[in-house]
Design a protein around this ligand. Structure first.
Ligand SMILES: [Zn+2]
Length: 102
């Protein structure tokens, strides 16, 4: 009789653990699936540039100064920023005199 009760209790506990495990999987799985689906839906093709404003970053001799701007390359389909590059130019008295590499 004691043994039977012990068995029933352990089976009940096992079901409780299984039930908990299932509940956790059900809660997490739909969210991660959605994330994967959203990313897989877009191949991020044809990035197009979104130019930030020119900003003075360095004063040089002879009235010259260096300006820099950020270029965010966005996916043409979903608009996600894929990567960021920078462009630097040399200015003199408000005139662009030379574009240099980032
Ligand atoms: Zn995209």
């Amino acid at each position: 009789m004691k043994n039977t009760i012990k068995k029933i209790v352990s089976v009940a506990m096992a079901f409780t653990l299984l039930g908990t495990g299932t509940a956790i999987v059900k809660t997490i799985a739909p969210q991660s699936n959605n994330t994967i689906t959203a990313d897989a839906a877009c191949n991020h093709n044809m990035p197009r540039p979104k130019y930030g404003p020119w900003k003075k970053v360095e004063n040089l001799y002879g009235g010259r100064y260096k300006e820099r701007r950020e270029i965010k390359w966005c996916c043409n389909s979903c608009g996600k920023v894929l990567y960021t590059t920078y462009e630097t130019r040399i200015m003199k008295y408000g005139k662009d005199i030379e574009v240099v590499m980032p």
